[in-house]
Design a binder for this molecule. Sequence first.
Ligand code: ZN
Length: 357
Amino acid sequence: MKTNLQFARATAKAETIDPERAWKQLLARDPEAEFFYAVATTGVFCRPNCKSRQPRRENVWFFASLQAAQAAGFRACMRCKPCAPRSNPLDKVRGYLEKNLDRPVPLAELGRVAGLSPFTVQRLFKKGLGVSPLQYQRALRAGRLRNKLKDGGSVTDAIYEAGFGSSSRAYEGSALGMTPARFAQGGKGEKIGWCASSTPFGWMVVGATERGLCWLALGGTATEAEASLRAEFPLATLRRDPSLAHLVSAALAGVRDGSDLFAGRDHAEALDLRGTVFQLRVWQALRAIPRGETRTYSQLAREMGQPNATRAVARACALNRVAVVVPCHRVIGASGSLTGYRWGVERKRQMLEAERA
Ligand SMILES: [Zn+2]
């Protein structure tokens, strides 16, 4: 054993594990810690989240890989089975929630299921799925998610697509009388003023509620542009309002020189974006792309900290209701191709050219 331990010391050093940090992770039984530890007195090695008795610091060896631990002569622990593929606590929690759809499952219970603290469950969940366990349950109960999962889609896509009913959260405390869902369902009860103007990129029609710009479409003719507004909000009361032409100018300023007149309360114009929390985040990320630059969908997903959500990001871009101001035209294909554009690829090309100038 002695020579093995000497070897172990050399190996652990070679693989540059920070022993201070590793020891802290071991004490915390951190489920995300990537290393292995062995206990000299028992000859056994474990994953850091093993439930076995806490070893004494001076008997512990750290290894970056299980091969290294084995090579040093340690046996795999029977309890945490470090040689088995690592089970993801998130999968366990998710499976449990999906089996208990009929009732709200408290965080403490999820903690017991995963063998983690409720706080850790919450954090892992948000990190892995972008939402809290509570939001996930709400979406599950809403049924939409269940159907999506049944269709065989990926979980990540399904939860984003399910919309999380939690868009309400984005509007809590606001004076808004209508939920984003109703707004999306044709704008029932909403009053929308609109105005169409000819621009270098075709006819532009803007629609605005009393809260701000809610629609911007491009079309080949004024009629076509107006029709897109009616199609999007068939149940809203639409009223032509030439005084809204300033919104067209403000939108064009973004393409011309990158100025953002819709950037917030202190600015000239207001935006009335409504969507799920996820959609709003995507649209926000789009607005952060500077004039003259482009991103791919996967870059955007990474910038949002959700690298697995590329497809959901693409869909949120496609559902953008406020072209130009929420510059979905600045997103292109991974190969550099322009891919699609709701308002015509040729217009996208023209706008990108104008922005590069
Ligand atoms: Zn163990």
